[in-house]
Design a binder for this molecule. Structure first.
Ligand SMILES: O=P(O)(O)OC[C@H]1O[C@](O)(CO)[C@@H](O)[C@@H]1O
Length: 526
């Protein structure tokens, strides 16, 4: 059995307090910088690498971070998780999303059901369904093929699958495996559903209602909105709508749907891209083989996350450096900066993943913790961000650790040499230049043009964004967030903080309001 101890009760916490701080500007300048770029790189799954040369760490600090990992039993806790312990203490649930993508340890059997087999069986059912749709065996009321798939869901039932779809859409077109166009409806704003419906051919569209709980206001409202639109278009909704939910939800086993696919309570919404939640839309859009490749990449990263040596375990190392920055260097935010347009919604997915998981003030036992926990996450693809918020990142009063992501090859492969370089080369040159500019700065007599530098960053580099590397990237961040939650001794797998607003909105709609709530609902005349 592992020990669940608050971070500040560890000996290694005290040791971290006493380490000699590293001056990023100094160590990244000249030959020392070149050495660090070469040496401070850890291989990741799917031939990617995590390079942390421009982070404020050195061999001494890394040695203490290894002690944190050992003392807090981080990999042992991961082992407990994938072997089926009740890691989600708040909801008394197991945490099994990794099992969707492969067997990591022992069989996990709950109420006589082998969970790996259950998740695999759902993937197999979805694969058959998707293949039948693609082959024209499952068709619309007029006997015609479906061409579009629309996911209706919100939060984890939207962000991850949407980010993954966008990440692979151009890759799939280039590799002739885009089987259906996908669209997403999430917001209860009627303009969201209307705009999607206006842009597609509803007669040839399949709609997946995705909600683990089957009770989310936005999703149920949007499902009814779509149903209404289908009826108005003279289309039978039961031939066009699917459900993806848990077997105990109000949406389960419902004749309203053409078919239903299941996940369960042991997979948190923000971790559900690997379950039926991501599998349905991605298998319909790209084919089941592509989804299987995505899962293979994620599984490879899950295997790497078992390593006890932090220099062989990029997710663990990334997590520990982040904790050091958060708790000892006092950095409150992290920017996710993919130099890849395909990853345009990946920062939004990571925002939910990280902030909903680790935005907590109490430990696993409900006791307040005396240290800060999860950072604020935001981000945009480069180079666009450079012309937006990088001013603050370079010269603002707040130091923001930066998480770059970059690839050597583009996905589409169409490029032009303009003034001596391709666009891909320009993209890569920009990310390299930014890392050095942030780290080393530039002295100038004019204070307005002076760059202090000393701004830490890391980069994940891969050859190309494809299903395998994307899967590994997804799992890397899930595992990073998990390890950080373990260090902070918090429960990263519940989200009580989102409940209060939902309850108050229901009260406004029921006119059961008082105090400030009454004033605000009057103001909006609800
Ligand atoms: O899949 P469901 O049950 O509709 O939940 C959607 C989302 O809502 C949340 O519970 C937050 O409100 C997320 O954690 C979840 O991803």
């Amino acid at each position: 059995m592992v020990n669940w101890t608050n971070f500040d009760a560890l000996d290694s916490y005290q040791a971290l307090k006493n380490v000699q701080a590293v001056d990023v500007r100094k160590v990244m300048s000249g030959e020392s910088g070149a050495k660090r770029v070469k040496n401070y790189s850890v291989p990741m799954a799917e031939k990617m690498a995590y390079n942390f040369a421009a982070k404020a760490v050195d061999d001494d600090i890394l040695a203490v971070l290894q002690k944190v990992s050992d003392e807090a039993e981080l990999t042992e806790k991961y082992e407990e998780l994938y072997n089926g312990a009740i890691i989600n203490t708040g909801e008394k649930r197991l945490v099994l999303h990794q099992l969707c993508r492969g067997q990591l340890g022992k069989d996990v059997v709950v109420d006589g059901v082998n969970k790996r087999e259950f998740y695999q069986a759902q993937q197999d059912r979805i694969a058959k369904f998707a293949n039948d749709v693609h082959a024209g065996k499952i068709v619309n009321g007029k006997g015609e093929k479906f061409t579009t798939v629309v996911q209706i869901g919100i939060g984890g039932s939207d962000l991850g699958p949407r980010a993954l779809y966008l990440a692979l859409e151009n890759w799939a077109k280039t590799n002739h495996t885009l089987k259906m166009q996908a669209a997403f409806i999430s917001n209860v704003d009627p303009d969201d559903a209307s705009a999607v419906l206006n842009n597609i051919d509803v007669e040839h569209a399949l709609f997946i209602v995705v909600s683990k709980s089957g009770t989310t206001l936005e999703t149920l409202t949007n499902a009814a909105f779509v149903e209404d639109a289908l009826k108005k278009a003279g289309v039978d909704p039961s031939k066009h709508m699917l459900a993806c939910t848990s077997e105990t939800s109000p949406l389960a086993n419902n004749d309203k749907f053409l078919d239903s696919f299941y996940m369960d309570d042991y997979i948190g919404g923000r971790y559900s891209s690997s379950s039926a939640v991501g599998c349905c839309v991605l298998s319909l859009a790209f084919g089941p083989e592509v989804f299987a490749r995505l899962m293979a990449g994620a599984h490879a990263a899950d295997e790497t996350a078992k390593e006890k040596d932090i220099l062989k375990n990029p997710a663990l190392l990334d997590a520990l450096i982040g904790v050091y920055e958060r708790n000892f260097l006092g950095y409150a935010t992290t920017a996710v900066l993919p130099y890849s347009q395909a990853l345009s919604r990946f920062p939004a997915h990571l925002q939910q993943l990280d902030m909903e998981s680790n935005g907590k003030s109490v430990n696993r036992f409900g006791k307040k913790v005396d240290y800060v926990t999860g950072p604020i996450i935001f981000g945009e693809p480069g180079t666009n961000g450079q012309h937006s918020f990088y001013q603050l990142l370079h010269q603002g009063k707040t130091i923001v650790p930066l998480q770059f992501i970059g690839f050597k090859d583009s996905q589409i492969g169409n490029d032009v040499v303009i003034e001596g370089s391709t666009s891909q080369k320009k993209l890569d040159a920009n990310v390299a230049a930014q890392i050095v500019a942030f780290a080393c700065g530039k002295d100038d007599e004019n204070p307005n043009k002076n760059f202090d530098g000393g701004r830490p960053s890391s980069i994940i580099i891969g050859q190309q964004l494809n299903p395998e590397s994307l899967g590994a990237l997804l799992a890397h961040f899930e595992n990073k967030v998990m390890f950080q939650g373990f260090v902070w001794n918090i429960n990263s797998f519940d989200q009580e903080g989102v409940q209060l607003g939902k309850v108050l909105a229901k009260r406004v709609l029921a006119h059961d309001t008082d105090g400030a709530l009454a004033v605000y609902s009057d103001l909006l005349e609800i």
